[in-house]
Design a protein around this ligand. Structure first.
Ligand code: HEC
Length: 152
């Protein structure tokens, strides 16, 4: 009985050690998966906003969607921490340039955040034409970052 308990204790110690060693890698994998999911959801939000523009709905109907987009846009740089690039051993389309040219990447993210903030502001207005034009501006900021920092 004692031998079994000792064996179990050793087993648990090994498991705890392995989990400790794996924790950072798993946290990085979670960040990568989380940012990929949020990027996809931002695509869903953009498509839904565009649908409302094309249907002639008032900008105010898009307050929640545009605020969500703006919140996410501000979070983007922090979702690309050091070590979450191609070397992470997880499927990612993030280019190494995100870290070798950090200033450039953060400038693209700031353009996106500013454009998304403006879209959220215009959602509170009744200026449908300006709102529609700003959607196109936001879309261009997505593309500008993808062209430089995402494997297409
Ligand atoms: C500052 C840079 C940047 C901006 C701005 C940006 N993206 Fe991305 N996006 C990326 C990077 C880098 C990836 C790859 C992430 C990965 O695979 O880890 C990505 C991935 C994606 C993906 C693919 C997700 C997947 O794994 O299938 C979609 C969809 C996407 N972005 C949509 C958008 C949309 C829509 C916008 C604008 C509303 C946008 N992105 C703005 C950098 C950006």
């Amino acid at each position: 009985m004692k031998r079994i308990i000792t064996a179990a204790a050793i087993g648990l110690t090994c498991l705890a050690g392995a989990a400790g060693a794996q924790a950072p890698q798993s946290a990085t994998a979670d960040v990568i998966k989380g940012r990929q999911a949020a990027m996809m959801l931002s695509g869903v939000a953009m498509a839904s906003i565009k649908g409302s523009i094309d249907a002639g709905q008032p900008p105010a109907s898009q307050r929640f969607a545009t605020r969500s987009l703006s919140r996410w846009a501000h979070a983007v740089p922090g979702m690309f921490p050091a070590g979450s690039g191609p070397e992470a051993g997880v499927q990612t389309n993030a280019k190494a340039e995100i870290w070798t040219d950090r200033a450039g990447f953060e400038a693209r993210a700031a353009d996106y955040a500013a454009a998304a903030d403006r879209l959220a502001e215009l959602a509170a207005s009744e200026d449908a034409a300006a709102f529609g034009a700003q959607w196109t501006t936001v879309r261009a900021t997505c593309q500008a970052c993808h062209d430089a920092y995402k494997v297409s």
